[in-house]
Design a protein around this ligand. Structure first.
Ligand code: NI
Length: 147
């Protein structure tokens, strides 16, 4: 949808909209974005809209997505390393790469990048997070194909 820039007469692909927001909500929003170095409030709004659209697109199970799974676990836990590695081999077609960081004497951090259908990526992540000894796990998903 295009908009007409009245001053220059040039048709742009930007639309100008006006929205009504309660003052306190806007105040909180400004506070939120002030820490994020947005060049303008508009850019922050655009990011929110894109986020919501990506969220909707990736929530369909058949959508091709890229996922980043972060795991923190205690490598002293019995056979945990072997179990996690074995499970990753089970899904070698979806797992692109794994980065392992030895956080301290006990804890390991693993970031696993996956690609595939949303439902499959979620299932693999759920399996890995559910392994006993995994202290924290979080999957972030984004769209795989370009717009
Ligand atoms: Ni380690």
């Amino acid at each position: 949808m295009g908009g007409q820039d009245l001053q220059s007469g040039v048709v742009s692909d930007l639309a100008r909209i006006g929205i009504t927001v309660p003052n306190d909500l806007l105040g909180e929003f400004d506070e939120l974005i002030s820490g994020k170095d947005y060049p303008s409030r508009s850019e922050a709004f655009r990011d929110l809209i894109r986020d919501a659209l990506i969220e909707r697109a990736v929530s369909a199970g058949n959508e091709e997505v890229v996922g980043t799974l972060t795991l923190v676990y205690d490598h002293h836990a019995r056979q945990l390393n072997d179990r996690l590695t074995g499970m990753q081999h089970d899904h070698h077609t979806q797992i692109i790469t794994t980065v392992h960081v030895h956080l301290d004497h006990h804890n390991c951090l693993e970031v696993i990048i996956l690609r595939g259908k949303r439902a499959d990526v979620q299932k693999i992540a759920d399996r890995l997070i559910a392994v006993k000894g995994v202290r924290h796990g979080k999957l972030t998903v984004t769209k795989a194909e370009a717009h």
